[in-house]
Design a protein around this ligand. Structure first.
Ligand SMILES: NC(=O)c1ccc[n+]([C@@H]2O[C@H](COP(=O)([O-])OP(=O)(O)OC[C@H]3O[C@@H](n4cnc5c(N)ncnc54)[C@H](O)[C@@H]3O)[C@@H](O)[C@H]2O)c1
Ligand SMILES: O=c1ccn([C@@H]2O[C@H](COP(=O)(O)OP(=O)(O)O[C@H]3O[C@H](CO)[C@@H](O)[C@H](O)[C@H]3O)[C@@H](O)[C@H]2O)c(=O)[nH]1
Length: 332
């Protein structure tokens, strides 16, 4: 059990050196909430972790390490970001994805149950819905992932629900739609040079760090023929995590919540917005469809506002793109 003499409790953030986890560490620090992070730096960067947060370099799949960190830091809650995130890679290496995303989450849950940590916020994904035929997508939409990445996350969701019923482990499962942008103060951002996300790649192409953006598919059944996504600013997402943590610490019930704005933008619209914001042309070529891309993914995003009182502050596409570009420029 937790050592009650060691106060204050900390939240354990796994994967805090990564893109989203580092924004959440900054949001926690801004809110005065103590945290500790475990990260193996496989894709994360030490510099992304705020100076006030202890970084324990290691693997979240190690039960011994988890046990030590939970005890040493009087951890009472976990936010679980550590994982592998590249969808096509998950098709090529499914077992690596089930290990890093599903098996390691099991190890983490097991440590929580054994050591009496009763609260967990989990990074899930819209990929659990697969390619639904209707938008917007609410949380009751049947889950039907179409790749091992989505399945690895859905299996973790199921384990959380079962562990909740059997052991009282309460969870907020956050299903992210398309996360983009960067901290407006420039403290952190998406720093993986090989990232595949549209807004990141478009900014790299604009700055000459990639030859060109390939626009994957212009013959979809959408108004301009390109795919539509619900882009959410990473700082709004970070705020949602802080609210989820506070909800659990208050004794709130387990929840599964979409994270998006309920509004879609097409690939062409994203490119046009970046051109307007920068005053420059994005070098782009029209390319065939990328396998596995659903035409539209837009969240029905009312529940998170109702249940957590979440109010987005950065929900303009031009602002998302502007922050992403500013961050990209700051990278050398
Ligand atoms: N980026 C998105 O658009 C998106 C969308 C939906 C869900 N998610 C989920 O959000 C989470 C964070 O994604 P991100 O975009 O910040 O990715 P990221 O790669 O930037 O961050 C992942 C972090 O976890 C660390 N890590 C990976 N495996 C680890 C392990 N076994 N032990 C310790 N540390 C480990 C990495 O070093 C990295 O710092 C992931 O779980 C991802 O599946 C991301
Ligand atoms: O170089 C590129 C990259 C992307 N796209 C298109 O842009 C859209 C968005 O693609 P991307 O940014 O790669 O995101 P998604 O494939 O929608 O997946 C993201 O969003 C999902 C939730 O919606 C999460 O589950 C995933 O983890 C996350 O990578 C898609 O239509 C892509 O075809 C391009 O045209 N060119």
């Amino acid at each position: 059990m937790l050592d009650e003499t060691a106060t204050p409790h900390r939240v354990l953030v796994t994967g805090g050196a990564g893109y989203i986890g580092s924004h959440v560490l900054h949001a926690l620090a801004d809110a005065g909430i103590p945290a500790v992070t475990i990260d193996n730096l496989s894709t994360g960067r030490r510099a992304a972790v705020p100076a006030s947060v202890p970084l324990v370099e290691g693997d979240v799949g190690s039960a011994e390490l988890l046990e030590r960190v939970i005890r040493d830091h009087a951890v009472d809650a976990v936010m679980h970001f550590a994982g592998s995130i590249v969808v096509p890679e998950s098709v090529e290496k499914p077992l690596a994805y089930y290990r890093n995303n599903t098996v390691n989450s099991l190890t983490l849950m097991d440590a929580c149950v054994r050591l009496g940590v009763g609260n967990i916020v989990f990074s899930s994904t819209a990929a659990v819905y697969g390619a639904p035929d209707r938008v917007p997508i609410d949380e009751a939409t049947p889950t039907a992932p179409i790749n091992p990445y989505g399945t690895s996350k859905l299996m973790t969701e199921q384990m959380l629900r079962d562990a909740g019923a059997a052991h009282g482990l309460r969870s907020v499962i956050l299903r992210y739609f398309n996360v983009a942008g960067a901290d407006a103060a420039g403290r952190t951002g998406q720093a993986t040079p090989t990232a595949t996300h549209l807004i990141k790649v478009a900014c790299q192409a604009l700055l000459g760090r990639r030859p060109a953006l390939s626009i994957f598919g212009t013959d979809y059944d959408t108004p301009d023929g390109t795919c539509i996504r619900d882009y959410i600013h990473v700082s709004d997402l970070a705020d949602a995590h802080v609210l989820a943590l506070l909800h659990l610490r208050r004794g709130g019930e387990s929840l599964t919540l979409n994270c998006g704005y309920g509004r879609g933008a097409s690939v062409h619209e994203v490119v046009r917005t970046l051109e307007e914001v920068s005053g420059e042309k994005v070098p782009a070529t029209l390319a065939p469809r990328r396998p596995g891309d659903p035409p539209q993914l837009v969240a029905k995003a009312d529940r998170i506002r109702e249940r957590l009182g979440w109010v987005p502050k950065h929900d303009r596409l031009d602002g998302i793109v502007r922050d992403a570009l500013a961050w990209e420029r700051s990278l050398t």
